[in-house]
Design a protein around this ligand. Structure first.
Ligand code: AMP
Ligand code: MG
Length: 442
């Protein structure tokens, strides 16, 4: 059977996925999203000349002769806290007590910080002369009206949220987080925490893949253990399709009997089932069904998670409006040889030692297999710091070689998926819908 390469499969996926449709979202929801259009200022920042210090607004010329031994004493004409409107103009030869952030009175050209005075209320003794303009924050020195505040494509983190709020943008235009349905298939599956009977296993895929999707910045709807019956799968799949931006299924795509995903989705939309020349994770499917990207990942837990990292993660990055970069590519030195089958690209789970500053691989970083490499062996994936890549034409890489590896672990996006599905979409639906007889929601 002719095989597709990993790169061809990814290319086909990326050609068919697009950023989510832009819409305006409140700041809390916009956090972690990508800005869909340039944001320009409608106000200046600061909006008015104001004091950078607690102290006294003065005319610099009035206190130019002040020294420690011969302070200049001025009457205190006013008290200017932050907040209540425009203060009266400052008369010549007077000072106004002013707080940080309070508007500068007309006529004043400098602020003397409190520490250079006696702090007087009726009159103030100034012991050091300020420079003209000292401790004044001028209107527009951060942002001028009409200027570009944030460019389209910016990731909205905490600083960007602060800036958007400061320029009074309550609902920036963003690419909303993709809503992703994760649907595991297998009659043998039971939900975690339930008693196991003969032949049953815990559905680990829907949890692992849901977590990976959340790490990729998605809102996730999890459907656990759809039985290997075409009607049940079709019902679960088409029931969720119109509510999401992408569907990820696991299992049911091999060449065996009861491969229900393949059976039901063959011929649906542009779905294609391919054998991808990779290990783990050979059987893959992808296509648009009713315009929604559908990823059908293999059932073995490691195959499913590695496939997610290679294909779904970059697609979700694109859907979020980001470059479809995938996992970070690094270089590591092998402490032990690696083997991989001819003709397939191997992704070997490796543990990393000798990480550089910040926990990132450096010149002294060594990689060795993290344990058994069977596609059902999750412990080695959990112990791995990276997936070392063994190219198609290579069957053995000797110890001491430098090899390319995909760095595993939470992306920065993981901190950014705090707002839940229901919060963000208002449909009240939670995580972990179990489609038992007829997609009942627990
Ligand atoms: P399949 O591709 O459906 O034939 O599944 C391949 C292997 O992965 C079988 O051993 C399944 O029992 C196992 N498997 C499938 N789905 C899951 C799942 N959701 N959680 C854990 N193991 C699974
Ligand atoms: Mg199965």
């Amino acid at each position: 059977m002719p095989m597709t390469t990993v790169d061809e499969h990814l290319e086909r996926i990326l050609a068919l996925v697009a950023p989510t449709r832009a819409r305006r979202a409140p700041l809390e929801e916009a956090h972690g999203c990508v800005l869909a259009a340039d944001v320009r200022a409608t106000i200046a920042l600061p909006s008015f000349d104001n004091s950078a210090m607690d102290g006294y607004a003065v005319r610099a010329a009035d206190v130019a002769d002040a020294t420690e031994d011969t302070p200049v004493v001025l009457p205190v004409d006013a008290d200017i806290p932050a907040g209540p409107g425009t203060p009266a103009a400052l008369p010549a030869g007077a000072a106004a007590r002013i707080m940080t952030g309070a508007p500068l009175p007309r006529g004043a050209d400098s602020v003397v910080q409190l520490e250079w005075t006696d702090g007087g209320r009726e009159s103030v003794a100034v012991r050091r002369p300020p420079r003209r303009g000292q401790h004044i924050r001028r209107a527009g020195e951060d942002v001028t009206p009409g200027s570009l505040v944030l460019a389209a494509g910016s990731v909205i983190g905490s600083a960007q949220i602060g800036l958007l709020a400061a320029v009074n943008v309550a609902r920036p235009p963003v690419h909303p987080r993709p809503r992703v349905a994760v649907l595991s298939t297998g009659t043998e599956l039971v939900e975690v925490g339930s008693p196991l009977h003969d032949g049953q296993i815990v559905d680990s895929n829907s949890h692992g893949i849901a977590a990976a999707a959340r790490e990729s910045g998605a809102h996730v709807r999890r459907l656990t253990g759809v039985p290997d019956e075409p009607d049940a799968f079709a019902k679960a799949f088409y029931g969720i399709l119109s509510q999401v931006d992408a569907v990820v299924t696991t299992g049911g795509v091999s060449v065996g009997a009861y491969d229900v995903v393949k059976e039901v989705l063959t011929g649906a939309g542009s779905i294609r089932f391919d054998q991808v020349a990779m290990k783990p994770g050979r059987p893959q499917g992808f296509g648009l069904v009713e315009g929604v990207p559908v990823f059908t990942l293999p059932g073995n837990p490691v195959s499913a998670l590695v496939s997610f990292d290679l294909f779904v993660r970059p697609a979700l990055q694109r859907m979020r409006g980001l470059p479809a970069a995938g996992l970070p590519l690094v270089e590591v030195t092998l402490a032990e040889p690696l083997r991989s089958s001819a003709g397939t690209r191997g992704y070997v789970r490796v543990a990393l030692t000798g990480l550089g500053p910040g926990g990132l691989p450096g010149p002294d970083t060594l990689a060795r297999p993290a344990g058994g490499q069977g596609s059902h062996q999750l412990t080695s994936l959990a112990a791995a710091g990276a997936l070392a890549i063994v190219p198609e034409e290579v069957v053995e890489v000797p110890a001491g070689s430098r090899v390319a590896a995909l760095l595993l672990g939470d992306g920065p996006a993981s901190i950014l998926s705090g707002v839940g599905w229901a919060d963000a979409h208002g449909d009240g639906a939670g995580d972990g819908t179990r489609p038992t007889a007829g997609l009942a929601t627990r």
